[in-house]
Design a protein around this ligand. Sequence first.
Ligand code: ATP
Length: 361
Amino acid sequence: MAVFKPENVEEFYEIGEVLGSGHFAQVRKVHERATGTYWAGKFLKIRKNACSRLGLDRSRLEEEVDILHAIQHPNIITLKDVFESRAEVVLVLELVTGGELFDFIAEKENLLESEAIEFMEQILKGLGFMHSKNIVHFDLKPENIMLSDRVAPHPNIKLIDFGLAHRFHQGEEYRSSSGTPQYIAPEVIASDPLSTAADMWSIGVITFILLSGLSPFQGDTDDETLRNIIVMNYEFAAQYFSMTSSMAKDFIQKLLVKDPSERMTAEECLLHPWIKPITRTQVAKRNRSSINMKSFKKFNARRKWKMSYNMVWMCNRLVRLNLLCKGRSEADPLERQCESDVEDGESKPASLLRRRLSSSS
Ligand code: ATP
């Protein structure tokens, strides 16, 4: 069982600049007073009471912390410490300074498939390790794949954000409707029992985007995206995949499989000839093929724009929410207890609760 230290985090760490924000957390650079080392502090609000709609359940945070303790691997973010106060929990994490993998790639002029594969291999190794411990991430997407240091000759992948992750117990049936529409597996949408295969679907989607700059199931609305996933409406459009090897397409096809039990596992992916070529011809094919950089750059620019739009939308909502709550003075006692958490009528709870369908596609 993870230990949540009751001391004030600021006694041990000086709090610095904001590194990033998500739906549930603000992440800041922190400076350990005793050693001078820099870390990332992930500040998460705890749900105050049962009627609160903002913040996370403590039990959910306990699961995130337990999972992080269980998966120490070079390609997975490391958890150092956990602090808890009345209103928030602070996870002290290894500091990742290389930014998101997709941003790193988008800055390049071109990238061979063989170079992209170096990153895919690391992602799969981290994932394979998690899956061997019956832990599933359930929120794999470009924002959660970072690089520890972008100036290194072979930058190291770090998987982050285990806020939706789940550890399966023997014989357990687990269902969840959380995730980000573009990347979620059909069994999530169908509310079927889930497994490690759900992450492998997301790997299929991420690889598809990485190679073509096209998101395979993206519709104009989240509903349309989800419908495209259910009916498996995707294709390797020639104009986007003209530079892609047949091995890469085969790799994707073996992941974007509707039946989770038929999907490649992370271990199997690592042995697929696209990742681990055996013949000289296979090696040559990978070195001749490259990612569709023009289209990829466009995809990444749109993705970044949507992320900042979502963030501004969320900030505006929080400001309005605050004003709304301050305006209420005579609420009944229970309502007052909850008032700082109440959302207004036109709210989109999906953006504020840890249920992410339709929140950030
Ligand atoms: P989401 O909305 O995707 O659920 P979240 O609220 O769970 O996000 P994270 O995804 O863990 O929060 O972190 C938010 C952002 O903070 C990340 O996208 C990243 O930019 C930054 N970040 C997170 N962890 C680290 C880290 N260890 N080092 C540096 N930056 C980090």
